[in-house]
Design a protein around this ligand. Structure first.
Ligand code: CA
Length: 474
């Protein structure tokens, strides 16, 4: 129990509100609180300044629908059934919104759902919902409002926030709320709003240090991936013809500027709309009693390795931003170093509601850690990753692996294994091992380096142990 200025005990609300804001493909290195070199996000940064920034938050399957299913259920893809983009979510399973709803929370979700529509795939566990059909549109989008199609005019990021604010205004003030605001932005094809369409017009956005990566010293997987800005980013995303007469290097830079500016303009709108929600909490005296989270469903390559997508277990794609503010517990401006994943989100939300994680959940609550306590001795020292969609998109082979604080071991096993949305064409199995202390940009696999033989053996054992621990037997 905290004391107020006069020494009296301030009552702690038994169940704080939860405001979970998640964007789509917003990499941590495009948030100024994470040290972005390419943009500023003053509203999102408030959460870091007034709460905690998690520096080692990772996605267990770095792609939209699977990450969302894991966040809802607190279990790995092979447990919740959403391994790929083509798998529909079975909403009959246990999710944190359902549990919070049962515990007396008012629940709602607005924005991107992306887990299928109709029947058991519709959002469940929500008193109210308005979600985009599949990816939805940036301009004048339709929504499914509790199943009914509604056509709106305006910009999607503003409209999602409008829905959230309307719902907050009409809520029951006697009960806590759990509100999920899931932005479509900044997912491709990047379409900024009118307010930001000229942002960055006269500046050059800095290039990633690995922009001209030549993919040497790594797997064929990296070399063969079809997500190069130079070779695979086309008119659909650029919305403009490449000027004639450019050298290949100039053309690659032109495409990068074209892409990254629109991406960052979409981010700017998300940031503004985070500000609108934070302002509402301030104006209505809710800031102290509301746990606010900002995250994204996974990371993204922002020209890193010359790429523009995700899927891989490499850092820029694996890492999720995670900022959390709860003034009653979380010290302002703190930085959390513990290794966490999107498995941990659901147990964390339940913990704030005074509930334990369920038997089924595979993550652990972050509540004490973000409040400043050291992680318990048995806190995981490695995270397990698996991407299932063999070769289907961007020619990325399926892979699994582990990341420890210092190392990363990846196994591209080379088979579709009958998963949906995979191409049934075997590839040569291959391994990668990175020493993230010596090589934080992951430019040189040391898998075959004799100096790493012991580490390679230890990590391989740990990979198999974790895979079994999480019940992934394929
Ligand atoms: Ca995504």
């Amino acid at each position: 129990i905290r004391r107020d200025r006069d020494g009296g005990a301030m009552s702690q609300p038994r169940q704080p509100n939860i405001l979970f804001i998640m964007s789509d493909d917003h990499a941590a290195h495009a948030i100024s609180a994470y040290g972005s070199r390419i943009n500023v996000t003053p509203h999102i940064d408030r959460l870091a300044a007034e709460g905690a920034r998690l520096d080692h938050c990772f996605c267990t399957n770095s792609i939209c629908a699977p990450s969302r299913a894991t966040i809802l259920t607190g279990v790995h893809s092979h447990r919740n059934g959403v391994l790929t983009l083509a798998d529909r979510f079975d909403g009959r399973q246990e999710t944190y919104p359902k549990i919070l709803q049962d515990a007396g929370y008012q629940t709602a979700i607005f924005g991107k759902w992306h887990l299928g529509h109709g029947g058991h795939a519709d959002p469940s566990g929500f008193d109210h919902w308005a979600v985009l059909p599949d990816q939805g549109l940036y301009h004048d989008p339709a929504f499914f409002v509790k199943g009914e199609r509604v056509q709106l005019e305006g910009y999607v990021t503003d409209l999602i926030t409008d829905y959230a604010l309307d719902w907050l205004r009409g809520r029951d003030r006697e009960r806590p709320f759990a509100l999920m605001v899931h932005h479509k932005a900044p997912h491709r094809p990047w379409e900024p709003d009118d307010r930001h369409q000229y942002l960055y017009e006269d500046v050059d956005i800095p290039l990633s240090e690995t922009f001209d990566d030549d993919y040497s010293h790594r797997s064929n997987a990296a070399r063969n991936a079809e997500m190069r800005i130079a070779d695979h980013l086309y008119h659909y995303d650029l919305k403009q013809d490449v000027p004639e007469g450019l050298t290949p290097a100039e053309e690659k830079r032109w495409k990068y500027q074209r892409y990254i500016k629109d991406y960052l303009r979409c981010v700017a709108s998300v940031d503004d709309n985070v500000g609108r929600l934070l302002d509402y909490l301030d104006e209505h005296g809710l800031a102290d009693d509301t746990v606010v989270i900002y995250t994204s469903d996974q990371g993204f390559f922002l020209g890193d390795h010359g790429w523009y997508d995700k899927r891989f277990m490499y850092e820029e794609s694996l890492r999720m931003p995670f900022l959390i503010r709860y003034p009653r517990e979380i010290p302002a401006g703190s930085v959390v170093d513990a290794m966490v994943t999107n498995l941990d989100f659901a147990p964390t939300f339940l913990d704030y509601a005074g509930l334990c994680a369920t038997e089924r959940m595979q993550g652990r609550s972050l509540r004490r850690i973000v409040a400043g306590e050291a992680p318990p001795d048995d806190w995981p020292q490695a995270m397990y990753y698996r991407y299932w969609m063999h070769l289907a998109h961007h020619n990325v082979p399926a892979h699994y692996g582990i990341r420890t604080r210092r190392h990363k071991l990846i196994y591209y096993y080379g088979e579709a294994l009958g998963t949906t949305e995979s191409i049934d064409r075997p590839t040569e199995p291959e391994w990668e091992l990175f020493d993230l202390e010596e090589d934080p940009r992951e430019l040189r696999s040391v898998y075959d380096d004799p100096a790493y033989a012991d580490i390679q053996r230890t990590l391989t054992d740990e990979l198999h142990r974790l895979k079994a621990h999480y019940g992934d037997d394929r």
